[in-house]
Design a binder for this molecule. Structure first.
Ligand SMILES: [Zn+2]
Ligand SMILES: [Zn+2]
Length: 402
């Protein structure tokens, strides 16, 4: 009769130890952030953390510094990939807490340190499980912030060997209630594309602008015409957001009439088809105005994030995992306007991302005072365990030998 409470108590204690350990890991990762494509130490720390817990197959150098922990269970069955990100951002942290970044100008302002901690916790929990079938892959992806990592992981060919059946990921969301699970049908995040428009005219003496080709008026016309392409009503399928992020023209030399200029934008739409349409419209405006003003032009596209698509079956697994854990679910009617390179996976495999509320008063993502809230880590672990349990069957706890 006294066994149950005692067992429950032991499990509770064990979980608390586990949480303490992964929060320590999270703070270590926060203290030592690395930019996209440079996540060598971060990957090494994750490798060491998992190796101290158990001996499972580790695949390293995936698409750069990426790594994966692979858990094989005895029979063939579903292959479930859970993905997090390794990289931090070029933002100087202003927080003064003990675990603040020691790398000047670099910090974890998207909470990827917390996402890694969730997967590290999952690694510890998977050790306890003895599913009869299937495989779980914990994928620590490099270079999410510049949109290159997921594509590079796919190009590496590692996934072709693993043959994933399902892909899942979460993103913490400031502005949402702490520990709420946010589910979005259809698209999770926008299609995002960055662009640089370079204009080349002819520089000349500022007293004789008629002898040169100054791009200023053309740039003003382009800015005006591009602003007219905005459709900011998010409920419309044709939603289009063109944000000017940077521009430059000439130099601070008052005897010279400028001969070149650049306009930089990010473009957002709800899907990739609308993005192609928007790119065509932008190109048309730039070509027409450049020709009218005798300017050479060049349009370069980069940092592309395909829209991330949520598979209905995967979303059902997310809802059931939340219900099974007693977590609050919030259904969101519209996708998020940020870009997520998870869209590369969702284009190839049944996939879904969900949001995890980081608190109504949390600083926003990519802000210099943001810090991942550790109190949501357990919810992230519970969610992924709930999803994996549904796909790989009822887990059996390994016989403890002590
Ligand atoms: Zn980010
Ligand atoms: Zn992020």
């Amino acid at each position: 009769m006294t066994m149950m409470p005692q067992e429950t108590h032991e499990i509770f204690e064990e979980k608390n130890d586990m949480l303490t350990e992964i929060i320590t890991l999270r703070k270590t990762l926060h203290r030592h952030p690395e930019l996209s494509g440079q996540e060598m130490d971060t990957a090494r720390r994750i490798l060491e953390f998992i190796a101290t817990h158990h001996d499972t197959e580790m695949i390293t150098d995936i698409g750069g510094n990426g790594l994966a922990a692979v858990y094989h269970f005895s029979d063939d069955g579903p292959v479930v990939v859970i993905r997090c990100e390794l990289d931090a951002l070029p933002i100087a942290e202003i927080n003064q807490f003990e675990h603040r970044s020691v790398n000047a100008g670099v910090s974890h302002k998207c909470g990827h340190d917390g996402h890694m901690a969730v997967l590290a916790g999952l690694a510890i929990r998977l050790k306890e499980k003895n599913f009869k079938k299937g495989k779980v892959v914990l994928l620590f992806q490099p270079a999410e912030e510049n949109g290159e990592g997921a594509h590079a992981v796919l190009e590496s060919g590692v996934l072709k060997n693993l043959k994933p059946d399902y892909f899942f990921a979460l993103h913490n969301l400031p502005g949402e209630e702490t520990n709420a699970v946010i589910v979005v049908d259809h698209f999770f995040s926008a299609s995002v594309q960055s662009v640089c428009i370079s204009l080349q005219g002819k520089q000349c003496h500022a007293s004789e602008p008629e002898n040169g080709v100054n791009p200023a008026i053309a740039m003003a016309k382009m800015i005006d015409a591009l602003a007219d392409l905005n459709i900011t009503d998010e409920t419309q399928d044709g939603f289009a957001l063109l944000t000017p992020v940077y521009m430059t023209m000439g130099e601070k030399a008052y005897g010279i009439s400028a001969g070149s200029g650049e306009l930089h934008y990010t473009l957002r739409t709800w899907n990739d088809e609308k993005m192609e349409e928007l790119k065509t419209k932008l190109s048309h405006i730039v070509t027409t105005v450049s020709n009218e003003h005798a300017l050479q032009h060049d349009i370069s596209w980069f940092d592309y994030f395909p829209a991330s698509v949520n598979d209905p079956k995967c979303n059902e697994l997310i809802r059931k995992a939340a219900a099974g854990n007693g977590f609050t679910v919030k259904e969101r009617p519209l996708p998020f306007k940020f870009g997520e390179d998870f869209g590369w996976y969702s284009a190839q495999y049944p996939s879904a991302m969900f949001g995890l509320g980081a608190g109504l008063n949390s600083p926003a993502l990519h802000h210099h005072d943001y810090d991942f809230p550790d109190e949501i880590t357990g919810t992230g672990i519970g969610m992924f365990c709930g999803i994996i349990d549904q796909l790989l069957g009822e887990p059996e706890l390994l016989q403890k030998t002590e």
